[in-house]
Design a protein around this ligand. Structure first.
Ligand code: PMP
Length: 411
């Protein structure tokens, strides 16, 4: 068998992203904050611009040309997302504002309807706040209990601890696929398989993983999957909740209004079919169309090539950062993606972030909406460089150089 190494033409790819040409403080921007949000390729910008300048119209409501065209593009994008994550039906794709809203939708609908006092919900110690707080709110309301699976010093989930909390009282499992502050890739398929013993629904927070590797929701057999368009090179303000039809069918809507109804009288309202039951009001039409363009773009590059390139970048970044005296990496799981969180002895991350920004380098500093992770490592915050396929080794060198500057300042 002949195997070929997929290669990326990075120079060409970088030309697709106009935002990479920005200069900061007179220096070329080095953008290493992709876990927060990704830049948009020109084709996404064009798709959004095209909708607003040539095709602006509401969807599902008009019979005039533009409305029909907008509806076609909107529903076409839904099918693109369906194919991208290999959902069985387009109606299993619900458009939301993002991961946060997708998780809240499940909590507010499934959680309020089907969970009760004494039920247990399993999450992990490395969740983003958006997969902690909505569940805490539900627990307060319903008297459910949150069970948290801890991780070890390499930031890997402790499997035995998961097995310990999983049991007949477990009624929901909600787990982050890839941690945004640690880069850890969790064994999501194994978690779902284990949860099946108790016939418990599993939600996967795919905010970070959606741009990392192909996700096949049918092969994974997850019940819900949440992600945001803006972390997949698409627009902000648009996201997806995937849900299995049988679950979505029995869940009540969370928001009432236009589009989500079949009929309305003052005596009784009946609800629309999926996915519209969960999409009240005018949706983010341009955002959905932009997301469809983003999906096309990622597919055109291909996850094989993306994965290989990012792995190489991560290895290089790990190596050059580890060589910086006084720097400690936070998050050293064997299975991890291109997130490099670190602390520098005696220097607060906010000072690091500010000084490297003066050098044109954009990293994120803070708790990354994962305060329990910071507590685990006994640090107030970390600095985080998060990489994607348009980043280069030269940019990582620029980060190291900027860190040396920080150290000089604090000498
Ligand atoms: N989960 C994870 C793992 C994330 O990284 C993020 C964004 N940082 C979210 C959830 C929330 O995503 P959004 O703010 O787009 O709703």
């Amino acid at each position: 068998m002949i195997t070929t190494t997929p290669m990326l033409d990075i120079k060409k790819i970088r030309k697709d992203f106009p935002n990479l040409d920005v200069t900061v403080h007179g220096k070329p921007l080095v953008y290493l904050d992709n876990a927060a949000t990704t830049f948009k390729p020109q084709c996404v910008v064009d798709a959004v611009e095209q909708h607003y300048s040539q095709g602006a119209s509401n969807v599902h409501r008009g019979v005039h040309y533009l409305s029909e065209k907008a509806t076609e593009d909107f529903e076409g994008a839904r099918r693109k997302v369906q194919n991208f994550i290999h959902a069985k039906h387009p109606s299993e794709i619900i458009f939301t504002r993002g991961t946060t809203e997708s998780i809240n939708l499940v909590v507010q609908s499934y959680g309020r309807a089907f969970l009760k006092e004494g039920d247990e919900i399993i999450i992990t110690e490395m969740e983003h706040h958006s997969n902690i707080v909505p569940w805490q709110m539900l627990c307060e309301e319903k008297g459910c209990a949150l069970k948290v699976v801890p991780f070890n010093e390499d930031a890997e989930l402790i499997w035995e601890e998961f097995e310990k909390v999983l049991g007949p009282k477990t009624k929901f499992v909600s787990v982050v696929h890839i941690s945004n502050s640690l880069g850890t890739i969790n064994p999501i398929a194994k978690i779902i398989k284990a949860a099946r013993q108790y016939d418990v629904p599993v939600l996967v927070d795919a905010a970070q993983s959606i741009s990392h590797a192909p996700i096949d929701v049918q092969a994974l057999d997850c019940d819900f999957l949440a992600f945001s368009g803006h972390k997949l090179f698409g627009p902000t303000g648009i996201g997806v909740l995937y849900g299995k039809t049988d679950l979505l069918e029995k869940m009540p809507p969370v928001q009432g209004g236009g589009d989500m109804i079949a009929s309305v009288t003052f005596e009784k309202t009946t609800y629309n079919v999926l996915p519209y039951k969960f999409e009240a009001g005018t949706p983010h039409v341009a955002g959905v169309i932009g997301l469809g363009a983003a999906v096309d773009y990622v597919k055109s590059i291909g996850f094989d090539a993306i994965g290989e390139y990012k792995k190489d970048l991560l290895d290089y970044g790990t190596q050059v950062l580890q060589a910086v005296p006084g720097l400690r990496l936070i998050g050293t799981a064997k299975e991890k993606t291109s997130v490099l969180s670190f602390v520098l002895e005696g220097i607060h991350p906010h000072d690091i972030g500010t000084i490297v920004s003066d050098e044109g380098v954009a990293i994120r500093t803070g708790h990354h909406c994962t305060q329990p992770v910071m507590k685990h490592f006994k640090v107030p915050a970390t600095s985080r460089a998060s990489l994607t396929f348009y980043n280069t080794k030269e940019e990582l060198d620029a980060l190291v150089k900027a860190i040396e500057k920080v150290k000089d300042v604090f000498k």
